[in-house]
Design a binder for this molecule. Structure first.
Ligand SMILES: [Zn+2]
Length: 450
């Protein structure tokens, strides 16, 4: 990446606290060499004019126009990179058919590194053009092509957290797509962690290895324990699926005599750098375990419509105090855009509150107090993701990474009405698409320009 930003002048939106909007006009944001936000000078601040003049004279000030807005880069906390060619495919099938007839045969193809390179190159481009500056990726069981994904993200300037997937259980996994043995799966994971750590030392925006059992039902107890040990030994991120649908929830209960949450926690897989995808069926006791371990939920609202058998009560979990990020879950979810997922998070919460079966009395149809606002969903895609990953990302604030999307709102239908900042943000979150994303920066580097 050659083009970097050291100073940017413009209007920005950010949401440091769940449900609260911060909006500033003509703020001067100073970015240091490491790509961190060093200082934000508001227009009324002492020294603002002088600082502005200095930056202008130095010739490296990026100035936004009146109808342009800066948003934090989005953080996708659950995405299966190898499933990109499956986006939108076979979503009318039950989960078992979807996985066994489509997903597993597709993922098995990634023993071919050249194929992996083609798909991953396109996916990372597609995500950056949609404002996703950080992604927590499931790769496949193949160490080499998983590492290819790391390199592609590094080259294209996206911050990435990547795991070699572990699925070693002879039951439930097809012969053509599973780890050859538990020992090999653990050895490959450890080698992958070391290689990514080594390589990541020179990557400006950061790339991180992740300990990644596919989910409890696809792994032996020995593998789950081994992965928990590796997470501890290397102080590593952990990512897996937890209580996604009724089947996963029930099968773990039968196998271990405890909830998915308790089982994963007992194997050492819960911690501040752990993110559990979906988690639709976690109880309040499970939620307490999430909070006790600073572990986050990756909410995947589009995918959940297809495969999670329920709407997760995000508002309730946030009120309890659980950390929640947002995920596209390509390709259980068909859209690579977190804008689409922000919208679906709001819509699903409304359906949970109102209910969907018209034959029930209105008073029995829904779950009261379930709706979330688009501003709250925006928080999940930004600050919530940063909290989930335990990284200083997702906010436009001092000491956070300079990860921005420049939104050009000129062609959004304002007609000079509803022009206050909150309405302007609502309009962007509901109507903007990649055509409105003019530039994207990660850690101060320009990674996409329209
Ligand atoms: Zn998933």
């Amino acid at each position: 990446m050659t083009k970097t930003v050291r100073a940017i002048l413009g209007n920005y939106f950010t949401t440091p606290t769940y449900g609260e909007l911060a909006y500033e006009e003509k703020a001067l944001i100073l970015v240091n060499e490491a790509g961190m936000i060093e200082e934000i000078l508001l227009s009324e601040a002492v020294g603002y004019e002088e600082a502005l003049a200095t930056q202008r004279a130095a010739g490296h000030l990026v100035e936004l126009k009146d109808q342009e807005y800066l948003l934090p880069g989005f953080i996708d906390t659950h995405i299966h990179a190898p499933q990109w060619p499956q986006a939108g495919i076979a979503l009318d099938k039950p989960l078992d058919d979807w996985l066994h007839q489509h997903t597993f045969p597709l993922e098995a193809k990634y023993d071919d590194v050249a194929f992996a390179r083609r798909v991953y190159t396109d996916l990372v481009d597609q995500l950056l053009t949609r404002g996703t500056t950080t992604a927590l990726y499931f790769a496949t069981i193949h160490k080499e092509s998983s590492f290819e994904l790391v390199k592609i993200c590094a080259d294209k300037g996206q911050r990435a957290l990547v795991g070699k997937v572990v699925m070693d259980c002879p039951e439930g996994n097809p012969d053509f797509y599973r780890d050859v043995s538990t020992q090999q799966a653990l050895e490959d994971t450890e080698a992958f962690i070391q290689e990514v750590r080594d390589y990541g030392r020179d990557v400006h925006q950061g790339v991180y290895p992740v300990v990644m059992p596919r989910f409890a039902p696809s792994c032996t107890a020995e593998a789950l324990q081994g992965l928990g040990d590796l997470a501890k030994k290397y102080d590593c991120h952990v990512h897996t699926h937890c209580s996604e649908g009724q089947w996963q929830h029930d099968v773990t209960q039968e196998r271990f005599g405890k909830s998915d949450t308790e089982a994963l926690k007992d194997f050492g897989l819960f911690g501040p750098k752990s993110v559990m995808a979906h988690s639709n069926f976690i109880s309040d006791e499970d939620a307490q375990i999430f909070m006790d371990h600073d572990t986050a939920v990756a909410h995947c609202p589009i995918s959940n419509i297809y495969f999670a058998n329920s709407v997760i009560p995000i508002r309730h979990l946030k009120e309890l105090g659980v950390q929640v990020g947002l995920g596209s879950d390509i390709s259980g979810g068909f859209s690579p855009s977190l804008y689409d997922n922000i919208r679906q998070a709001v819509m699903s919460s409304r359906q949970l509150e109102e209910g969907v079966d018209r034959d029930l009395a209105q008073s029995e149809r829904g779950v009261d107090n379930s709706r979330i606002s688009v501003l709250q969903a925006f928080h999940l895609a930004t600050t919530g993701g940063g909290e989930a990953l335990d990284l200083p990302i997702g906010q436009i604030a001092k000491d956070y990474t300079a990860d921005f999307q420049v939104i050009d709102a000129t062609d959004l239908p304002s007609f000079e009405v509803f022009t206050d900042p909150e309405h302007e943000l609502q309009r962007i979150l509901y109507l903007a698409d990649k055509e409105n994303i003019r530039q994207v920066y990660v850690q101060g580097c320009l990674v996409h320009e329209k």
